[in-house]
Ligand binder design. Structure first.
Ligand code: SF4
Ligand code: SF4
Length: 252
């Protein structure tokens, strides 16, 4: 989720309780929240944004993101770069709102709702909790419109994001061993490519002897040449196979 540097108030939230909120061009704070964010991007966020901008994932990563790899994390993460000029605004915000609105990241869709996933087992099964991010500067809470959680998630088009992001979070948060220390750098590269640099992953699959070594259905191979969602989905299976040794792919 995006987070501002100033303190946020995270309010416990039952999915049955309605909450009051509306964001529109008439609120006095319109677009103020699209700045100074620590907005971590998921693979599906990147896929939607790079396709919206009609550029390759390599170019998107270079132009719009920073890679983070702190010592607590098992895998690298990617953050949307805020502008360097005063105000540090999101590169996609305009006076009329978000210029990539239909393809904005999941965290932007959810706001002011936040979602936290907790790992419940070593297989990557997670349990999720929702909360309200009650930031004082947000005037949207003074609007009259009421929502239940389900209404809000449907209105913001979260379904396809959640389907892809949940699978990836299962890999991110898995406690399974990554094997010997000497393999870690290579595994981090594989994780980065299949997660964030999808066009590079496609080149890797189609310009190597990959399909000589693994049993992959011909119809799926054909689909992955052009369909990014099928390719990403296959990438998640490949990551589980190559990072943790799961039987998600079959060797020939
Ligand atoms: S992507 Fe759009 S909604 Fe999200 S912070 Fe940037 S301008 Fe705002
Ligand atoms: S601060 Fe709240 S009401 Fe204002 S633009 Fe952002 S989400 Fe909308």
């Amino acid at each position: 989720m995006p987070s501002h540097k100033e303190a946020n108030i995270f309010k416990p939230f039952s999915s049955k309780d309605p909450f009051q909120f509306e964001c529109h061009a008439g609120v006095s704070c319109f677009t103020e929240c699209c700045a100074r964010l620590r907005l971590l991007l998921t693979p599906y966020d990147i896929l939607r944004m790079k396709n919206r901008l009609n550029i390759l994932s390599d170019q998107f990563l270079e132009q719009y993101t920073e890679t983070l790899f702190d010592h607590h994390a098992r895998f690298p993460m990617v953050k949307l770069s805020m502008g360097k000029e005063e105000g540090h605004r999101c590169p996609f915000v305009t006076d009329k709102g978000c210029s990539i609105y239909e393809d904005r990241p999941e965290a932007c869709r959810l706001y002011p709702v936040g979602r936290a996933s907790t790992l419940v087992d070593r297989e990557g099964e997670t349990r999720e909790k929702y909360f309200i991010v009650g930031e004082a500067h947000c005037r949207g809470f003074q609007e009259k419109k009421q929502w239940t959680l389900t209404e809000w998630l449907n209105h913001e088009g979260v379904k396809e994001y959640k389907a892809m992001n949940d699978r990836w979070l299962g890999i991110m948060t898995s406690l399974k061993s990554l094997g010997p220390e000497t393999h870690l750098a290579r595994k981090h590269q594989m994780f980065f490519m299949a997660s964030y640099n999808l066009d590079k992953f496609r080149t890797f699959l189609f310009q190597s002897k990959f399909f000589d070594h693994f049993e992959v259905n011909e119809e799926l191979i054909g689909r992955m040449e052009t369909d990014d969602v099928s390719l990403m989905s296959f990438g998640f299976d490949w990551l589980k196979f190559s990072l943790f040794g799961d039987k998600t792919l079959k060797v020939k």
